[in-house]
Design a protein around this ligand. Structure first.
Ligand code: PMP
Length: 454
């Protein structure tokens, strides 16, 4: 199909460079242009309606078109459209949101710091960690360990934390001082006959060996998502988190939980850290914090982090960091109203209940000839596609099965996401059983179509 130059699609091709898109393919095929959204549905400019089974980018927790958030934004815009948080200035929404987040944290936290994206939150985390080590007189303690296939963002620093080849290749990344340890994907990385627990032990031993090889006094922090998201929805193997945390404690290394996807209900508890018994020193939050109605992200830091940072800022004279829009009053007001909705409607309980329906539904597809593994927890899941189940391999080029499966599902009215050879599912927390039934049924039908096309 040729795209008319004057059409909305043609103008997109002419003027717009897209994120995570093959630019030349885009020139040939053009975009799908979304126009409106309501609940779990979005509609494009051709009038096609889809179930957004990815909540946009894992983020629209309360669903599309939520009027309370529109009203909260309008109210704040009229009252005080903008103020900053530099040089001892503050405003009600930032104060209220900071208090709210510190109060919600699953472990004692001291302060909230506001940023505008997950990437900025993780970038800021790295700067805080450096600042802290300098304050403590440990200038050599700066390295950060993340994981292969972890996803932490795309700024130079946060893309370095990300453990995916497409985020490094041709960008001259990762930058020095960032290391990647074993990906805890039991189905893919576990050895023949190795139990899940034994695999978790091996992951912890790999981390321990990396710390020893680098020199324990040079490693400042470890960052991980409770459940890996963009790396393919990797649910940690049993006992993983307790073993990893034991290693970090032994070497006095800070633990950073990247809760950008897991935070605010996704795994069936308010935070992924609760689902897995994680006790982080720093948490990074975004996405469902505002359901992506406006950009906002936050870090929560405990006293171990705050106290030396505060001392250092006092010695230097200022904490030389901050964004124009840090704690933006309109974004903060929307986040507060969004959290109110999550609590009032008990969307965490809905995530737990509907999560069980979704996990059971998708697991029924495990017998399909193209399904290698179904994995997930709460309202986040993935299906790994293979052509050879026993060998856990695909005869197609890498990523081809999922890309084709994704396209068929989209044609059939459900938007999932292709990641490697996995298809991901992460519907809004307001999802109902009827939507999940449609998602599962459409997935089954689409896999049959995919198989017939091979
Ligand atoms: N951390 C995690 C776990 C994420 O999933 C993402 C985004 N998918 C980020 C960080 C980066 O967030 P942003 O795209 O807002 O920079």
């Amino acid at each position: 199909m040729t795209v008319q130059p004057n059409s909305i699609e043609g103008r997109d091709i002419a003027f717009h460079l897209h994120s995570y898109t093959n630019a030349r393919k885009h020139e040939a095929n053009g975009p799908i242009v979304m126009e409106s959204g309501e609940g779990v549905h979005v509609t494009d400019t051709d009038g096609n309606r889809y179930i957004e089974a990815m909540s946009g980018l894992w983020s629209v927790a309360v669903g599309f078109g939520e009027k309370r958030l529109v009203d909260a934004a309008a109210r704040q815009m009229q009252k005080l459209n903008y103020y900053h948080t530099f040089t001892h200035k503050s405003h009600g929404p930032a104060i209220e949101l900071a208090e709210k987040l510190v109060g919600m944290a699953p472990v004692p936290m001291s302060k909230a710091y506001f940023t505008n994206s997950g990437s900025e939150a993780n970038d800021t985390m790295m700067k805080l960690v450096r600042y802290r080590s300098n304050a403590l007189g440990q200038p050599q303690k700066k390295k950060i360990i993340s994981r292969i296939r972890g996803y932490h963002g795309v700024t130079l620093a946060s893309a370095s934390l990300t453990g995916l080849p497409n985020n490094h290749r041709a960008f001259d990344l990762p930058m020095p001082g960032i290391l990647h340890t074993t990906c805890p994907h039991y189905w893919r990385e576990g050895r023949d006959g190795e139990s899940e627990e034994a695999f978790a032990t091996r992951c912890a031993e790999d981390l321990d060996a990396m710390i020893e090889a680098e020199g324990p006094d040079t490693v400042a922090a470890f960052i991980a998502e409770p459940v890996m998201g963009a790396g393919g929805v990797v649910v940690p193997p049993a006992t993983y988190w307790e073993k990893i945390q034991a290693v970090l404690k032994r070497y006095d290394i800070l633990l950073v939980a990247d809760e950008v996807i897991c935070g605010f209900g996704r795994t069936g508890q308010m935070f992924g850290s609760q689902t897995y018994g994680i006790e982080p020193d720093i948490m990074t939050l975004s996405k469902a914090l505002s359901s992506s109605y406006l950009p906002i992200s936050a870090l929560l830091i405990n006293e171990r982090v705050y106290a030396p940072v505060a001392d250092q800022s006092s010695e230097i004279g200022t904490f030389g960091h901050g964004y124009t829009a840090s704690g933006h009053p309109v974004a903060a007001a929307v986040a507060l109203e969004n959290l109110k909705i999550i609590e009032e409607r008990d969307l965490v309980a809905n995530a737990r209940e509907m999560g069980e329906v979704m996990q059971a539904g998708l697991r029924r597809l495990a017998d399909h000839p193209l399904v290698g593994e179904v994995r997930g927890v709460g309202l986040i899941a993935a299906i790994e596609l293979v052509t050879d189940k026993a060998a856990k391999l695909s005869a197609q080029p890498p990523g081809d099965l999922a890309a084709r499966g994704f396209a068929i599902m989209q044609k059939n009215g459900v938007i999932s996401r292709a990641m490697g050879d996995a298809l991901a599912f992460c519907p809004p927390l307001i999802v109902e059983k009827q939507h999940i039934d449609t998602i599962v049924e459409t997935t089954a039908r689409s896999l049959d179509e995919l198989q017939a096309s091979l």
